[in-house]
Design a protein around this ligand. Structure first.
Ligand SMILES: [Zn+2]
Ligand SMILES: [Zn+2]
Length: 280
């Protein structure tokens, strides 16, 4: 079983009080964060998830709402619940230096003291797969801002596939990356306006029928997207939402049944993939 918990699906501005980007992925052999926004500890503790369970963090890009929670996680591991086991942080080139700089800016003394647990940084390169326990991590380049290396991710574990857009403008590359995925977490910062660094609902809806995945869930939701949520016929993430991936290698993605979901009770009506395909 692979379980994804939406810890934060807000945009950089915390639209409607939603937490910054963070997703917890649990596989048979690993528990890791995908992005780690500044509200990470609030998000984990609100859901009563012990931060100690996190084996690794995978960062999409070096914007504050995606990696700014790392120093808070370190403080948790230093003082609140002292950690001894290793933590691996994966991310774009510069992940180690930028995180250390941020830690120094926020907690200068602590940042200069030796860590009480082994902390490693590993730089990832778009197109080069990496193994994290039982997970194959494939980073791919996305079109967000030119001054940073920005990545989306395709995670494969035991035939189950999770694709995450990170922050990006729309590109048809997502159709390729999300092919056969059980879940495509796609950013949707705006409803209507097309901004060059983010995806609007209009754009994703126009391409939804071409995306051959089991389920699309919109995330990184901005204020306008949330205000017009009733007009959206794709699933929208909520903080605290859990999703289970139930793929198998033997069956083609198109023929597989709809994934069981643990959030069925709160799921908006009609928010299935079939509906997604009709959305234009
Ligand atoms: Zn962002
Ligand atoms: Zn960003």
């Amino acid at each position: 079983m692979v379980k994804v918990t939406i810890l934060g699906c807000g945009d950089a501005f915390g639209a409607a009080g939603r937490f910054h980007s963070a997703y917890l992925v649990e596989t048979p052999q690993a528990t890791f964060l995908v992005d780690c926004g500044p509200t990470i500890l609030q998000a984990l503790k609100r859901l009563r998830i012990d931060p100690e369970r996190i084996d690794a963090v995978v960062v999409s890009h070096l914007h504050g709402d995606h990696f700014g929670g790392l120093p808070f996680l370190f403080m948790q591991y230093r003082y609140e619940a002292p950690r001894t086991r290793p933590l691996a942080v994966y991310g774009p080139p510069g992940i180690g230096a930028r995180t250390q700089k941020l830690f120094e800016a926020l907690y200068e003394k602590s940042a200069h003291e030796p860590m009480n647990f082994p902390l490693t940084y590993q730089e990832l390169t778009p197109g080069t797969p990496q193994t994290l326990a039982d997970v194959r991590v494939l980073p791919f380049a996305v079109q967000h801002v030119s001054e940073l290396c920005c990545m989306g991710y395709r995670f494969e574990v035991d035939g189950r596939v999770l694709v995450y857009s990170g922050d990006s403008a729309w590109t048809d590359d997502f159709i390729t990356h999300a092919r056969g995925a059980d879940l495509f977490l796609c950013e949707c910062s705006t409803f209507e306006p097309e901004v060059p660094i983010h995806i609007s609902y209009r754009e994703i809806a126009a391409h939804a029928r071409d995306i051959d995945c089991r389920r699309i869930v919109l995330t990184h939701l901005g204020a306008e997207t949330l205000r017009r949520q009733r007009e959206i016929s794709l699933d929208c993430a909520r903080d605290g939402m859990t999703l289970e991936l139930a793929g198998t290698r033997q069956v083609s993605p198109r023929a597989r049944p709809v994934a069981p979901r643990t959030d069925a009770r709160r799921r908006p009506k009609g928010a299935s993939r079939g509906r997604a395909r009709r959305a234009r």
